[in-house]
Design a protein around this ligand. Sequence first.
Ligand code: DAH
Length: 354
Amino acid sequence: MSLSLDKSDISTRIGKLTSIADLEALRISYLGKKGLITLEMKSLSSLNVEDKKIKGQKLNEFKNFLEKELLIKKNLLENLVVNEKIKKEKIDVTLPSRDYQSGKIHPISQSIFKIIDIFSAMGFSVESGPDIESDFNNFTALNIPSHHPAREMQDTFYLDSNNSHEEKVLRTHTSPVQVRTMLNSKPPIRIIVPGRTYRSDSDSTHTPMFHQVEGLLIDQSSTMAHLKGCLVDFLKDFFEIDNLNYRFRPSYFPFTEPSAEMDVAFTKKNNVIKIGEGDQWLEILGCGMVNPKVLENCKIDSKKFQGFAFGMGIERLSMLKYGITDMRGFFNSDFRWLNHYGFNPLDLSTISGI
Ligand code: DAH
């Protein structure tokens, strides 16, 4: 079919098109590299100025018209295709929905979110450190020199130290992050450190890898009373028990002086532990005022600064809060266990700030 530059002619032709492929062919025959308009435009150069102006204007006008008409027709044809498709498709609303399995939040993660939530409201920020630690950070700086009997308190995994001058360990507690933070920043310091820790131990209440959360506060005036208030507030909030019955018991840690352990009261009925009340005591955390020796080891002036620290096991807290009796279940990767004890992702919305 011959091509013309007549508007009504081209309108009729476009009107008759029934497919997007035909529309594209027509577009190319006019606007493609060798299309009529392209060639006509090229030939303008051989005309004199006056003719060039008149013909150029006409060509442009036709080109704009054509482009507009093509676009309108293209939308129309595309709509037709969609409408045809919709007409043919039927949705059977009586079909059963497809089965899907949503993931669950592990109780340890849920507890960590909650712990962070509570302490950040008290102005603590979150720090972390490596699982493989130097002997210095894990022990020496924390006032546990080699051959000190306190090293026996923790069954340490030592790493091969062939190529290094210093012994490396899998950190036995989160306390080395205290050292890292004090060496790298200046007081005031107010941090918590949730993280993995390792000890060579395995039974129903111990696994070789477990989690702790460490706390450290250093400033010029904080006392044991602040430590007590902070921990009591935390436990009340974590266990959601207003009149929690607790006690602080004198204890010993090389890195704190004085040191204490905190117990919460509990009762056991039908093998289920109920915490907060009763006449039995359950040890829940260790704490104390940071030993001035540790401050000095970490280049902090112990005449000017003081503070407190605490550490607790996240599995223990989670077992008590969620009624889990065997610690090994946390790390067996059994999906049935996670389905039972895990949390729906939306449960996170009950934790403010997330
Ligand atoms: N690091 C201790 C442990 O793993 C726990 C601990 C006790 C941490 C007292 C502290 C503390 O910061 O002050 O048994």
